[in-house]
Design a protein around this ligand. Structure first.
Ligand SMILES: Nc1ncnc2c1ncn2[C@@H]1O[C@H](COP(=O)(O)OP(=O)(O)OP(=O)(O)O)[C@@H](O)[C@H]1O
Ligand SMILES: [Mg+2]
Length: 230
């Protein structure tokens, strides 16, 4: 390995090598990802774009250790994920990965602060202060005690972003992070995401939004599950 290759390997937060994901269902087999090579480095923001059904959410789920590839390998900070037990996998995900889901996945009975604090439930200490700070950073300092049904779509999205950051992840994976936001709020959130990545976090954002690609270092295009496909 050259010194440059070594530096790059050390700063790689997540890597996919030759990842294929096939879903078997009643109607037959769907290849959602085919032979995908991808890596995200510390401090880098990567956009993943492509038409509906091209495999973007599948790729994010595989990167986020929520789904296993049919073949190929996933490495989290240089460690192959395939060798981990289910509980080690959960721990690795909780410690290293923040995930913003396309449909938020907030718990309806909890307030904004409680939702943001939730991923810290298994860790020592009280993260209420950190949860409040994060909600203030995404512009929701005046909605701390609101439950999801008392929040707009864009506000729920921002709670989901704050929750993804509460454990100070190495990687932030976001499915359409500005999908429900107007341009002004979207810009504010993208400034936040840029700042988070400048602090060393690797960010992968699935998007249809040209605003997002203005903020990213690199864009990866998926077509029919293939990176760079025509
Ligand atoms: N659990 C599943 N079982 C079977 N097929 C699936 C499953 N999940 C996804 N697929 C298929 O895999 C392909 C990729 O889906 P995916 O959700 O990754 O697309 P996407 O790029 O995120 O689309 P969108 O922009 O609409 O969110 C689609 O053809 C979809 O129908
Ligand atoms: Mg999707």
């Amino acid at each position: 390995m050259t010194p440059n290759q070594k530096r790059e390997a050390e700063s790689t937060q997540l890597r996919l090598e030759g990842v294929t994901k096939r879903y078997e269902s009643g109607g037959g087999s769907v290849t959602a990802l085919e032979d995908v090579d991808f890596a995200v480095q510390r401090g880098e923001v990567v956009a993943v774009v492509g038409p509906s059904g091209s495999g973007k959410s599948t790729m994010l789920n595989v990167l986020g250790l929520l789904d296993e590839p049919t073949s190929g390998s996933v490495e989290l900070r240089g460690r192959p994920v395939a060798g981990l037990s289910p509980s080690e996998r959960t721990d690795a995900r909780r410690e290293s990965i923040g995930f913003v889901f396309q449909d938020f996945h907030l718990l309806p009975t909890l307030t904004a602060v409680e939702n943001v604090r939730l991923p810290t439930a298994f860790l020592p200490g009280d993260a209420t202060g950190r949860a409040r700070d994060l909600l203030e950073r995404v512009g929701l300092g005046d909605r701390l005690s609101h439950t999801p049904d008392e929040l707009s779509g864009g506000q729920k999205q921002r709670v989901a972003l704050a929750r993804a950051l509460v454990n100070e992840p190495a990687v932030l994976l976001a499915d359409e992070p500005t999908g429900n936001l107007d341009r002004g709020t979207g810009t504010r959130i993208l400034d936040e995401i840029r700042g988070i990545s400048d602090g060393g976090v690797g960010v992968v954002a699935v998007t249809h939004d040209d605003l997002v690609t203005e903020y990213t270092d690199r864009t990866v295009r998926l077509v029919d599950g293939v990176v760079g496909g025509a």
